[in-house]
Ligand binder design. Sequence first.
Ligand SMILES: [Zn+2]
Length: 334
Amino acid sequence: MPALRPSPITPTVDFERDGVQHGFLRLPYSRDDSAWGSVMIPVCVIRNGKGSTALLTGGNHGDEYEGPLALYDLARALDPKNVSGTVIIVPAMNYPAFRAGTRTSPIDKGNMNRSFPGRPDGTVTEKIADYFQRELLPRADIVFDFHSGGRTLDFVPFCAAHTLPDKAQEKKAFAAVEAFSAPFSMRMTEIDAVGMYDTAAEEMGKVFVTTELGGGGTSRAETVRVARRGILNVLRHAGIVDGAVEKARTQWLDMPSGDCFAFAEEDGMIETMVDLGEPVQDGQVVARIHPVGRTGQAPQEIKARMPGLLAARHFPGLVKAGDCVSVLGVAVQG
Ligand SMILES: [Zn+2]
């Protein structure tokens, strides 16, 4: 395979320098309203000597807010005196999507979490992914990527890691999830892991931790509190920030199979029959989809294919065929 060209992204920060630096990952993007212009992705580096490196991201999807809220805050507040090692913070990873308030980039429709390993000569989204793949991920020991449901899903607040073939790597990830202390902790299964940032980090042998902390295209007071406390807990757990982990009770959940997910088979108006966090029996109707084109038609019933609790639900009132309607989790011992 021919060698890849260098990334077009230039950081305005020095990842090896001690202290606090607020700067940019500058990505040239020449366009109608800005000849020779650039996308300026905010980055903060807080370093104090040798030690582990944490890479923290929010805004992988541009309409999810707990991560950016917690990370802009952390970048402002974290004192290098309390740090051993390096904390790299990119609070809005897909910055064009974040500025537009959309899941994917308005420039190229790129879904950051399906764009890995990216390309240095690809679209704007692929160039950002490539920079993470080849420049930032290799620096990191622990990688934390915040997600929430965005405009089309809502979740019970959970921190998560994946079951992995390397059990030592998996154990470290689940220990970091436990330290985060969200109300729920998830052993996660993906429906489509190809191209994900998660997969890129895990294949590099990194400890990768993520969240789903709510959704609906906004944030809640509780979920933002969970995010702020949780990320400090993970940094303390990793020995990068001093102080003790502030433990809170967490309920572990499992996603044992694809039966966790339910999808709409018709367009219509959704009626949730169960609220987030409530228990669900096998065969129970979790949602109904009402056809709206004419009166007199029965709603489509979405039935659970396993017992569990409702971990996620479709958010806005209208659904289209193929939309994810619900995700169930199964309560297990930690
Ligand atoms: Zn997301």
